[in-house]
Write a protein that binds this ligand. Sequence first.
Ligand SMILES: C[S@@+](CC[C@H](N)C(=O)[O-])C[C@H]1O[C@@H](n2cnc3c(N)ncnc32)[C@H](O)[C@@H]1O
Length: 327
Amino acid sequence: MTADDKHIPVLANETLDLLMAPFDGKFCRIVDGTLGFGGHSSRILERNPQARLLGIDRDRVALNASAERLRFAGDRVTLRHGRFSDIRTHVQSAGWDKVDGILLDIGVSSVQLDTPERGFSYRFDGPLDMRMNPESGMTAADLLNQLPEDELSRIFRDYGEIRQARQLAREIVRIRTKDPFDSCGKFAAVCDRVLKQRGGPPAPTLPFQALRIAVNEELKELEEALSAAMDLLAVGGRLCVITFHSLEDRIVKHFFQDMAETCKCPPGCPVCVCNWDAKLQIVTKKPVTATEEELARNSRSSCAKLRAAERIEKDNQQHKTEGEKAR
Ligand SMILES: C[S@@+](CC[C@H](N)C(=O)[O-])C[C@H]1O[C@@H](n2cnc3c(N)ncnc32)[C@H](O)[C@@H]1O
C-alpha cells in the first residue's frame, strides 16, 4: 500500500508547479492549510529540500497520519491542529511573519468520506456527524433536529442548489418532532422519498453535501482564509486554491478578480481617487482541471478546479499619479 492509497492528491503536478516553481532551489516558507494525508505537502518537501512547511488540519486523524508521512523532512515541518481561517495565528505561532506560498485543497478527504463512523456519506449507515473536527461544533444530526425549517431550506437551496429544498426541509421538520435524526441511513431515506431522483447522482448526494458545508462552515472558512492570505503572503508569494464545488470556485474567482483590480473608482470618474493598489496578479486565467489520465486514475478529480495568483507590490502608483483610469 503506498502513501497515496488513503487519499490521492488531486492536480498534484499542476499545483506543485504553480505553487513552487518560483522557489525551486531556494529557501521558502509554505503553508498547507488543508494538510489532509500529506499528499501535496510531501511532494512540496521532496521537490525543494530548502522548503519549510507549516501544515494545518482541523482533523486530528489526518494530522497524525501526516506527521508520520512527513517525518522524513525532520524539522522542516511544523504541524498545527485547527482551522485554516485562523491561519494568521498559526503562522505567528510557527515564528513566521510572511510566507511564500499558501495552498488550500478545500473539502473532505477520501478517508473522511469512506469512514462510516464519521457520517459524511449516504453509502454507509453511520452516525449523522459530518464534523471535520469531531472535537467541537454541532453535528449534522444537531442541525437537522434543531434548525428552523426556513434555515434548513436555505441550506439545501444555497449549498446544494436543490429545487425541492422547501419540501425536503418541511418533511425533516415533520419527522423530527416524533423521531429525531441520528443516522445517515435515515436522512438518506428521506432524501430518496422526497427528491425522487430520476437519472443523475443518487438523491442524497446534494443534501449530504449541503449539510456538510453548513456543519463545517466551509464557505465562511474559505472567505476568511483568502482575506488573511493577503496579509501573510510576501511579494512574489503564490496562493493556490483547489475547489470541488461551484460555490467555492466562484468565491475564489471573484476574490482573485477583486484583488487584481487596479482601480475601484466608480465608472466615469475622471481622476482616480480610490487609492486602491492591486494586491494580486492572476496566474491562471482559467481554472486548471484534471487531465484524461488523472480522471482515469482518480474519479474525485472530475470536479476539481485549481486557481493560482501571485502577491504583487503596489503596482499602480504610476497609473494613479497620471490620473489614468483602468476602466
Ligand atoms: C481534500 S483534503 C486535503 C488532502 C491533501 N491535500 C492531501 O493531498 O492529502 C482536505 C483536508 O482539509 C481539511 N480541512 C477542510 N477544511 C478545513 C478548515 N477550514 N481548516 C482546517 N482544515 C480543513 C480536512 O479535514 C481534510 O483533511
